[in-house]
Design a binder for this molecule. Structure first.
Ligand SMILES: Cc1cc2nc3c(=O)[nH]c(=O)nc-3n(C[C@H](O)[C@H](O)[C@H](O)COP(=O)(O)O)c2cc1C
Length: 293
């Protein structure tokens, strides 16, 4: 079987999951292509995605696509990529598997909205996978959530998911149903809240990261770590070269700056909302949808 995996992963956990999927599919002798769109300008600019996909996508039977949950939604770069997928047909199969990683607090409508966008591109979601990972916003809080996750437990979930995919992919595709309605697992009030308010609504007013050039020692870690290439060095000075509205608030610049030259005020709000790391976690953490049985 031929598999393509597309992933966006600001802090590396979703990439780890994508790599685990790749390893597992390869153990079933599948041919796997992994496209990592993190830091990849060809995919970060919505005007380029269509052509980039045309150029990069190998022939595949199943497409896996994954990103992190940000404010109850899947991070928006993944949705823009789904929206630009080429038509299915001889080269690209009908089957898709959305997957998300999240800090275990609430994954809300992330899988649900991916399923909806995938359906609009005439693909059928055959399963959906959510994987609890380290909550990156808790790195500097009193209690870290899900440190060292994904771990062995999540590896088991991924291995079961691949076994399921291999089974389903053998069935005549006309008989395979889209099961994206099973991704509506969040409670109704939560679903209504997040379907009403977009990710950009929650994040808009916090997109005010700044870099203090008086403190900056030009180590360039922010340049290396920013998943959307916000920083660049010009004539010996590190600058933010994109509009602040494009910042995704991942905090990578803030966490990796050794001299605290990054001002990331969103962390204060996150600290309150996550109760300094003591926030209540979602009942079921890592899972495959529809429910196994
Ligand atoms: C800006 C931001 C918003 C987040 N929002 C949520 C959320 O709503 N629910 C949750 O459980 N985790 C949330 N997280 C945690 C991430 O989903 C989690 O750490 C994810 O695994 C990060 O993936 P990555 O390492 O591939 O970037 C958020 C993280 C960031 C940086």
């Amino acid at each position: 079987m031929k598999v393509t995996i597309i992933v966006f992963s600001p802090s590396g956990h979703t990439l780890k999951v994508a790599q685990l999927f790749k390893r597992e599919f390869e153990s079933w002798h599948s041919k796997v292509q992994l496209i990592n769109i993190t830091k990849n300008e060809e995919y970060l600019d919505t005007n380029n995605i269509k052509d980039s996909l045309k150029e990069d996508l190998d022939e595949h039977d199943v497409l896996l696509i994954g990103g992190p949950v940000y404010a109850g939604h899947v991070e928006k770069n993944i949705l823009s990529t789904i929206d630009q997928l080429p038509e299915v047909g001889e080269k690209y199969g009908y089957l898709a598997v959305p997957f998300v990683t999240y800090g275990g607090v609430h994954s809300s409508i992330a899988l649900e909205e991916m399923g909806r966008h995938i359906k609009r591109k005439s693909r059928k979601s055959i399963i959906g996978v959510k994987i609890a990972s380290e909550h990156t916003l808790t790195k500097a809080m009193s209690k870290k959530i899900n440190t060292n996750k994904p771990d062995k437990f999540e590896e088991g979930i991924i291995s079961r998911a691949v076994e399921k995919i291999m089974k389903i992919a053998k069935i005549d595709y006309k008989k395979i149903k889209d099961i994206s309605s099973s991704f509506r697992y969040a409670k109704l009030p939560e679903r209504i809240l997040f379907n009403t308010f977009s990710q950009s609504f929650f994040h808009k007013k916090h997109k005010n990261v700044t870099l203090d050039n008086e403190k900056c020692i030009k180590c360039k870690r922010c340049i290396a770590r920013c998943p959307i290439n916000m920083f660049e060095e010009h004539e010996g000075i590190v600058k933010m070269i994109k509009d602040k509205s494009q910042c995704i608030l991942c905090g990578e610049c803030y966490y990796n700056c050794p001299v605290e030259a990054i001002n990331y005020s969103y962390i204060e709000m996150a600290k309150k909302r996550l109760k300094d790391g003591y926030a209540k976690l979602e009942k079921e953490q890592s899972a495959i949808y529809p429910k196994e049985g």
